[in-house]
Design a protein around this ligand. Sequence first.
Ligand SMILES: [Zn+2]
Length: 455
Amino acid sequence: MQVPGLARDECKAIEREAVALLAELLQTDTTNPPGNETRAALVLREYFARHGLEAQLIGEFPERQNLIVRLPGTRPGPRLGLLGHLDVVPAEAAEWSVPPFSGAVHDGYVWGRGATDMKNQVAAQAVAFARLARAGARFAGELLFIATADEERGDHCGARWLVTEHPDLVRCDYLVNEGGGTFSVAGGVRLYPLTVGEKAFADFRITVNGRGGHGSVPLHDLNPVERLGRVIAALADHDAAVTVAPYTARYIERLVADPDLRAALTDPQRARAAVRRLHESDPEAAYLIEPLLGVTFSPTIVRGGGEAVNVIPSHAAVDVDCRMLPGQTGDDVRREVAAALAGIPGWEFAWTDLTTGNESPVPTPLSIAVDSAMAELVPGSEVVPLHLCGFTDSRWFREAFPDVVAYGFCPFVAEDAATMGGREHARDERIAVSDVAFQVRFFELLTSALLGGDG
Ligand SMILES: [Zn+2]
């Protein structure tokens, strides 16, 4: 493994330092719920203390602390925040080929729950931060390291709490967080999505009422379970109106080789049919593109009768994970639902979670700094701004600090998105050892590109 701009010995030293810290974080079980992120925050505090840096632990609950470290540069300038969450989703040990909290290093990987979401980025940001401190912090402005609790379950005592209760501690001009950095290869070029905004939650429940009765007498359309089946099928079959945001259009232009398919995908009238074709020829690309075209419905929870098989219930319900693009509103979703369920009688709609999408502009000094760091780290690669179909803590920062420019980015170099596909939140989550070092180097290059290198 050779990281551009570094001698072989220095590469090895970075890799050793970052892999050791990552392994220690992975060995610290921060499954949320309950979280217990303080234990991981203490691992980081000790790491920073070894490098002469003082970390502050702060939080709503003793066992769910957040950690903040500041590193002022040698002259005035903007403040760059490096954000990461310490909690992880649960792991079913029986499904894994190594214990999920072992932090094992073998076969060229570091293994464990959180290895790519996102203790890798936390470790890389910490090691880059400590190395910059050891080199004399010869940059303008200030570097801020923020590790938070409670991202995976949503939203209480972590980033949201910090920006609400202690905005002065975490306010920054630029913020880098999770969400982008796995590459796809198109036309021989590595495309790295830089996530500049994210879709909103528009989750809802459809309740279907009917006539209850004895299971021995079929009620057909008055049986709410049968009617709910029609509701679910109709949501699955519905083609929601397509919006092709400029970022999405540019991404499609770069990602899809077939010119006819490319043209159809960027035409709102033809995009749905084109995505179905893409699912056949290149499912990886289809999964990347489809959620970016508008409102999506994923029915996830079905509630029907009670315990008795011979009782037809009087109502049944389905909960739907629904996401909408920045710029879309609840009214857009209501319109899509009404269109999808036209012709099905007797359903009621209720919101279960409704938020707004959010984004930061491009280009900015931060996006230019990402481009320039990537030009050095992975020559010939291309960084492509994109919306994220999921949720991250960037939302809380964008809401609390309207001027902050927040992006999701942490580049993988050894493995592409298709190879890594689906490791997050799944069994055998792991990261190539060399990527741990590449990611440290990225945050060093990014800091000097944005804040300058000599002082
Ligand atoms: Zn995450």
